[in-house]
Write a protein that binds this ligand. Structure first.
Ligand code: BGC
Length: 246
């Protein structure tokens, strides 16, 4: 299966072995076009499939609410995406191979639940990705409840991701310990709402989890994500395989 991960700076694709969660080819990355309009991104998606000589179905992530293939929000992407049927747009751009699009954090959640930090964990698992924004995936006994968008909960009167995303740490030049205080406050709120059995934390900052996770004071265990850069690609491929009933 071919998985594509669409991010603000890069669009990455690879063939995924959905039985093991391993990449079967090298990951290819193309810089996200600016402005990242639906048409320009669709062209890159088509190029990635063409370069890989891929003509079967494809899964792709997108950083927005995706309801049955249609974008319903645009927090950190071009507003022209709202209302776009991304499944149909990409399917057409690629020339007919069906494309299944899902939220980026939801894809990472699927991948971590099957092959990573939450592998075989039953009960309620919440994955939070800390990057430009905060993405969330809610899984119940391994089954995804899509589009939870917990990054937009309110924190100190603000949209939480503007205060506690990794981008806020960079922007305000916060040392990990100080940033962790905000993340702790944010995650305590999520903990109160859902009483999860496990939190998985992803995004680039999960590579340095030892610098901030120990500063969190939560009741729920917190594990860093394990699939790192590949979680989106793997989860996207899994979603495509699932749609076909594999
Ligand atoms: C978006 C989410 C996305 C997250 C991470 C948020 O701003 O609303 O849909 O999952 O960023 O990219």
């Amino acid at each position: 299966m071919f998985g594509i991960d669409i991010g603000g700076s890069g669009i990455k694709g690879a063939v995924v072995h959905t039985g093991t969660g391993k990449l079967a080819t090298e990951r290819v990355r193309i810089a996200t076009p600016q402005p990242s309009t639906p048409e320009s991104v669709a062209a890159v998606v088509a190029k990635l499939a063409e370069q890989a000589d891929w003509s079967d179905i494809i899964g792709a992530t997108f950083p927005a609410v995706i309801q049955h293939g249609v974008a319903r929000s645009a927090a950190n992407v071009d507003h022209s995406w709202i209302g776009t049927d991304i499944d149909a747009l990409f399917t057409q751009a690629i020339g007919g191979s069906e494309v299944t699009v899902l939220n980026d954090a939801d894809a990472a959640g699927l991948a971590e639940a099957r092959f990573g930090a939450a592998c075989d964990v039953s009960g309620v698992v919440i994955l939070l990705t800390f990057g430009t924004g905060i993405g969330s995936a809610l899984l119940v006994d391994g089954k995804l409840v899509p589009n939870t968008e917990l990054g937009h909960l309110e924190l100190d009167g603000h949209d939480a991701e503007t205060r506690a995303a990794a981008s806020a740490r960079d922007r305000e030049k916060m040392p990990y310990k100080r940033w962790a205080k905000r993340v702790d406050k944010y995650m305590s709120h999520v903990e109160k709402l859902f009483t999860p059995d496990l939190f998985v934390v992803g995004g680039g900052v999960s590579k340095e989890a030892d610098k901030w996770v120990p500063h969190l004071n939560l009741r729920t265990p917190v594990k860093p994500a394990e699939l790192l850069n590949n979680a989106g690609i793997v989860g996207a491929a899994m979603a495509a395989a699932e749609r076909r009933g594999e």
